[in-house]
Design a protein around this ligand. Structure first.
Ligand SMILES: [Zn+2]
Length: 129
């Protein structure tokens, strides 16, 4: 059984132009999946040279997953389309750095983003009950 978890934005603090599209707890698979999207017309910094406000060229991966900390004993996975930019500065086409990854191209999320998660775990537990 899939359980939709509403209003989870304040738990994960995903910065613009990213947002949480939906969050599900899969009772059978015993895992939580958080699906993220970026706003249309979003601009990103080039992950090569850092030049700001580069438009999206294409999508490199339509369902990239990042492993997040557990919720109780259940693993959490972030999912998102991973866009690439064509940089007007260095000319390279590169995947953008997503704010939740521990480092570029890592499959894990940022530990610091979990501080709020741990402090508010009671709130999250209530949502699931
Ligand atoms: Zn660049």
């Amino acid at each position: 059984m899939l359980i939709e978890i509403p209003n989870i934005e304040n738990v994960f603090h995903i910065p613009e132009p990213w947002y949480i599209d939906r969050c599900q707890f899969d009772e059978k698979m015993e895992r939580m999946d958080v699906y993220l999207k970026f706003r249309k017309e979003a601009l990103f910094a080039c992950s090569g040279c850092g030049r700001e406000a580069q438009p999206v060229q294409d999508i490199a991966d339509y369902d990239q997953a990042w492993r997040h900390l557990n919720f109780a004993e259940y693993p959490i996975y972030f999912h998102a389309e991973h866009p690439r930019t064509r940089c007007g500065g260095c000319g390279r086409i590169l995947r953008v750095n997503v704010p939740w990854a521990i480092k570029p191209r890592a499959g894990f999320t940022v530990p610091q983003s979990c501080t709020y998660w741990r402090e508010n775990s009671i709130y999250c537990t209530i949502l699931l009950l």
